[in-house]
Design a protein around this ligand. Structure first.
Ligand code: PHE
Length: 339
């Protein structure tokens, strides 16, 4: 029996095969149900007890050798012929996965929200398809106000009361209706305007709205909050507020930051003034408060709204709006490091 095992061991060691059928035949010959190993284990039962220990070890040696041979041959063929090419290292780590980058608008939106979150604002949300009340009437827009004009607003054909919101101020109204002051929220979102002024104009863009309502909130609180934002976001220390008009705020203002005139580009983007308009703001009109069920005798507040596309353009000196929509990776990749 010892000789038999030795000759099988030699045969196993010498066996080579690369096609799966040969390997399978080898497996059946040695390890199959009626294979050599089973026969040997049958014979093993007959041998004298004093030989069992030594013979058992020999038999197990053969069994292990058979299994190792099968494993080795199978793994060599499953990695394919490439594994036989010494110039290919199949264990090398892969290269660039080509992971995408965050869109600059998303990065800037996130950054603006974070600045306000640091001073206690929380994020609120509202629908893009809105009724007239939340977009206009609840915000003190008189019925004949030009912003309601067909030129600006996309109306929903089946229901003349429904529009695509033209600004995120609609979310203010929803928040004031459903929550009690103190309110301190920022509201990012997509807005729609039918602006066919130039071929570059786009009918949808993004805004971030802010609202702060409590007892005794003043214009000075608004100015300080917005100065903080300008300093955090642009690193610019100087702002100015110019009188303006919005139906839902009184008084209303537009905020500029002092950008400086240090380079030719500064002259171009500030039109030679050194100042850049950033956002609209104002004290919430008492009519707006009472329309949403908040007592204007007790509470006051301020609101502001800014366009994310515009802020992003200023921040990174992007001068063509179309860059945002084309999703050209060469453009997007430049914002890799911002993620
Ligand atoms: N909703 C205004 C706009 O779209 C911006 C704004 C928001 C102004 C809040 C004042 C207060 O232009």
């Amino acid at each position: 029996m010892k000789e038999k095992i030795d000759s099988f061991l030699a045969e196993v060691a010498a066996f080579e095969a690369s096609n799966p059928t040969d390997i399978e035949n080898f497996r059946i010959r040695f390890a199959g149900r009626k294979g050599i190993l089973n026969d040997l284990f049958e014979d093993f039962k007959q041998i004298p007890n004093d030989q069992k220990k030594v013979m058992g070890q020999e038999l197990n040696k053969l069994k292990t050798a058979v299994q190792e041979k099968i494993d080795a041959l199978q793994s060599a063929t499953s990695t394919g012929s490439a594994s036989k090419d010494p110039s290919l290292d199949m264990t090398r780590p892969t290269g660039d996965w080509g992971v995408g980058t965050r869109h600059p608008l998303s990065t800037v939106r996130r950054e603006i929200l974070e600045i306000f979150e640091r001073i206690g604002f929380t994020v609120a949300d509202g629908p893009e398809i809105e009724d007239d009340w939340h977009v206009f009437s609840g915000l003190n827009f008189p019925p004949e106000h030009p912003a309601r004009d067909m030129q600006d607003t996309f109306f929903i054909e089946k229901d003349p009361d429904m529009v695509l919101r033209t600004h995120t101020s609609s979310v203010q109204v929803r928040a004031m209706e459903t929550r009690k002051p103190p309110l301190r929220i920022v509201m990012p979102g997509r807005v729609f305007r039918n602006e066919a002024i130039s071929s570059r104009a786009h009918c949808q863009f993004h805004q971030i709205e802010g609202l702060y309502i409590d007892e005794g909130v003043s214009f000075a609180d608004m100015k300080q909050t917005l100065l903080y934002f300008a300093q955090e976001f642009f690193g610019k220390a100087k702002i100015r507020l110019r009188p303006s008009y919005f139906p839902f705020t009184e008084p209303s203002a537009e905020m500029d930051v002092y950008w400086g005139l240090n380079s030719e580009a500064d002259y171009r983007i500030t039109k030679g003034t050194g100042w850049l308009e950033i956002l609209g703001c104002g004290m919430v009109d008492p009519n707006v408060l009472s329309a949403s069920g908040i007592d204007p005798e007790k509470y006051s507040g301020f609101a502001f709204g800014m366009g994310i596309e515009r802020i992003t353009m200023l921040r990174y000196q992007i001068d063509d709006l179309r860059m945002y929509f084309e999703n050209d990776v060469r453009f997007l990749k430049q914002f890799d490091q911002l993620v």
